[in-house]
Write a protein that binds this ligand. Structure first.
Ligand SMILES: *Cc1c(COP(=O)(O)O)cnc(C)c1O
Length: 375
């Protein structure tokens, strides 16, 4: 009996995506601008917060790059970054010739520890260096401690880049992620909660920040009839074809959040009483889109046993992110860590979490895990 492969998180198209793509063809707006781009941006603004301004871009990584550049990060600067994240949170710091300073997570949300953040800032100030920005991440859809991180950032006057790549649809105290940072970023890569196949967005409280992002993303052309440039620009704008997919996906975003949260609830109802398995609960006031359901096991060995058992059945699961301060490429970077993310990385596993999983898929997964642990 052959069963189909179960992916960790695969694209899930709605109803109107192809229609909006067809519109781009019909009107010949096959370019990195056009009505789909405008309408996609408007839909994101409408969903996240009417007080923000949105620039649709080619990727979340591009959005972080532009955010840091707009905040004035330049060669030799230091930028504080959550260590427990995907490398795309940190790479743009290096694109600008700046250096990341990694800060470990706390247990309640698995995101940046406000205590270690302050420790890092004080240490850098003692060394005569003021960090230029803080990249904080809502990992796996769980919001970081927004109030506490903001308080520390504000007391030292350091702006926040809010990496919401995994957290579209997540909320903190009733407000949507990507509305808290000085600049926020979203990703629409293929594995995210909604996708344009590849894409991202920058969100800003300030209209000038959005305008600056669009200017830099479209080769930084000065206002002149010929091509004139006073800045180094980028080609980072989103295609109007892909924005058509995004428009369709925004129409089903609420369903996608609900489905992912239902996955989490299913796993918890079936595995919550298994003594070897621990879940990350939402603290009071936190609402996660549950982009990926993650579990903690008692040890690396048990984690691997589960992962391999799933793999043998063609079920994709993945260890939690390897912290940046343990990555060979960031070997020389400063870090302020207390072992939290290292421990999560050792013992944690992301389970299949797509919004298009069937009930039978989920049943297959939990049965396998229960069987394996019973042995
Ligand atoms: C996916 C992701 C990014 C990068 O987004 P892309 O659109 O893939 O460039 C950045 N940060 C985090 C935490 C992510 O998961």
């Amino acid at each position: 009996m052959t069963q189909t492969k179960i992916w960790l998180s695969s694209p899930h198209m709605g109803v109107n995506e192809q229609r909006y793509v067809q519109e781009a063809f019909d009107t010949n707006w096959v370019a990195p601008l056009g009505p789909n781009v405008d309408l996609f941006e408007a839909a994101i603004q409408d969903y996240v917060d009417n007080n923000i301004h949105v620039a649709a871009l080619s990727s979340g990584t591009a959005a972080i790059h532009l955010a840091l550049e707009i905040l004035g990060v330049t060669k030799g600067d230091e930028v504080i970054c959550q260590s427990f994240t995907f490398s795309a949170s940190a790479n743009p710091i290096k694109y600008l010739g700046a250096n990341p300073v990694f800060v470990d997570s706390e247990r309640d949300t698995w995101n940046m520890s406000p205590i270690l953040l302050e420790k890092a800032i004080l240490d850098r100030l003692d060394n005569g260096i003021k960090p230029k920005a803080i990249v904080a991440v809502h990992l796996y859809g769980m919001p970081y401690k927004v109030t506490e991180i903001r308080k520390v950032a504000d007391s030292y006057g350091i702006p926040i880049v809010e990496d919401s790549a995994e957290a579209l649809g997540s909320r903190y105290k009733g407000e949507n992620c990507s509305s808290f940072g000085d600049i926020g970023i979203l990703s629409f890569n293929g594995n995210k909660i909604i996708t344009t196949s590849g894409g991202g967005a920058l969100t800003a409280k300030n209209l000038d920040t959005k305008k600056r992002a669009v200017f830099l993303a479209t080769q930084a052309r000065d206002n002149a009839p010929h091509y004139q440039h006073s800045n180094i620009g980028y080609n980072y704008r989103m295609s109007n074809v892909l924005a058509g997919i995004g428009r369709g996906q925004m129409e089903v975003l609420s369903d996608r959040v609900e489905a992912r949260r239902a996955n989490y609830e299913f796993y918890k109802s079936r595995l919550g009483h298994v003594k070897e398995i621990e879940f990350l609960e939402e603290p009071e006031g936190f609402y996660s889109n549950r982009w990926l359901t993650c579990i903690l096991t008692p040890s690396f060995e048990i984690r691997e046993m589960i992962r391999m058992a799933l793999l043998e059945e063609d079920i994709e699961s993945r260890p939690l992110w390897k912290p940046m301060h343990l990555q060979p490429v960031f070997e020389k970077a400063l870090h302020f860590s207390d072992g939290t993310s290292e421990d999560l990385f050792e013992r944690g596993l992301c389970l299949p979490s797509g919004s298009n999983l069937e009930k039978s898929d989920l049943e297959r997964i939990v049965s396998l895990i229960i069987q394996k642990l019973a042995k």
